[in-house]
Ligand binder design. Structure first.
Ligand SMILES: *Cc1c(COP(=O)(O)O)cnc(C)c1O
Length: 340
């Protein structure tokens, strides 16, 4: 089976597991797990923030950020296809009491004009308070598109002028870093909260790290406890993250090359409508008539893909997808297009 359904499908390598098994650990809840502390320091440095907190999932990073930033009734401005809006049970609303002002943007990228048109005039007690601008780097259901740091600077300016916070869902921030060639801290400069996922392209089985100011992280710790995210010997988990940052970060460009090669091949198959722009990172989305049917047919050919919408297939390249697997995937698609 060739698995292109998600970059979460990777299995930890034997080397990663060895490092995890040998981790030096302590009680994470009382900040005495040396490996967790080392991972948090590493990510805080990487993202140019004062402090960081280790959490089991990226979903919890998003949720805790909104719990800290928002009062019930506050509004979050985000892309309509943002993961926080369509794929996390709207935890921001269900648990933080915030509502959304979604921006319709297929790529997941939006400009300051779109933000300004979604910011409410201050009418305390009547309109929700516009509180957070949420950025997704890279844009998952937007096809792995990348926010340029210059675009982020404009967003940061609008946020500051309107006393709003900027949050970055950085599930694939490091893919953006590799694509742009600019350091991670250049991407997170305007962000009050930002995080990266260890379980996506980095190939860990779990874990995410949320970064921000000292004050922000202090409040995040309260929510980590309340939500049951404060752990014990979590250093075994964190060790995988440290290993991945060292070994699986720079290689992300291989995943991007593979996505580009898949795009080039698929664009040449008659009947398939690929986007006009090739993918920038590791996510490739293309149109078919019936995505669920197409997914089932591909599965029969031994290729697992995702459905991004009723007419959109999503493929995500990753650590366990090799260049040798490109030709069989293209052959499978070709076969389906010929017979259906
Ligand atoms: C995967 C993902 C998340 C959630 O991360 P988990 O670690 O799976 O909870 C959030 N945002 C985006 C864009 C993602 O792709």
């Amino acid at each position: 089976m060739i698995n292109l359904s998600s970059d979460t499908s990777t299995q930890p390598s034997p080397e990663m597991l060895k490092v995890m098994a040998k981790a030096e650990v302590g009680d994470e809840q009382v900040k005495q797990d040396p490996t967790v502390l080392r991972l948090c320091e590493t990510v805080a440095d990487l993202l140019g923030k004062e402090d960081a907190i280790f959490l089991p999932t990226g979903t919890m990073c998003n949720l805790i950020s909104f719990l800290v930033h928002c009062r019930p009734g506050d509004e979050i401005i985000a892309a309509k296809n943002a993961h926080i809006y369509r794929s996390e049970g709207v935890g921001a609303s269900a648990l933080a009491g915030a509502c959304f002002a979604p921006i319709d943007t297929p790529s997941g990228i939006f400009d300051t004009q779109a933000v300004l048109s979604h910011i409410r005039a201050a009418r305390p007690g009547k309109s929700p308070r516009s509180r957070v601008i949420a950025i997704e780097q890279t844009t998952n259901f937007g096809g792995g598109d990348v926010w340029q740091p210059s675009q982020l600077a404009h967003i940061g300016k609008v946020a500051a002028e309107n006393r709003m916070k900027v949050h970055m869902d950085g599930a694939r921030l490091l893919n953006a870093v590799v694509y742009s060639g600019l350091p991670a801290h250049a991407h997170t400069l305007v962000c009050d909260s930002s995080w990266l996922d260890l379980s996506k392209g980095l190939g860990c089985p779990f874990g995410a790290v949320l970064a921000g100011s000292k004050d922000f992280i202090e409040e995040a710790w309260e929510w980590k406890f309340r939500l049951g995210g404060a752990m014990r010997q979590a250093g075994y988990m964190a060790a995988g993250g440290l290993y991945a940052l060292e070994h699986n970060f720079d290689r992300l460009h291989e995943d991007h090359n593979h996505a580009r090669q898949l795009y080039d091949g698929i664009a040449n198959i008659p009947g398939i409508n690929v986007a006009t722009m090739p993918p920038k990172t590791n996510i490739l989305i293309f149109n078919v008539d019936n995505a669920h049917q197409f997914q089932q047919l591909l599965l029969k050919e031994g290729v697992k893909v995702g459905v991004a919408a009723t007419n959109k297939i999503r493929m995500v390249t990753h650590l366990n997808f090799t260049s040798q697997q490109i030709a069989p995937v293209l052959q499978a698609i070709q076969k389906i297009m010929q017979h259906n």
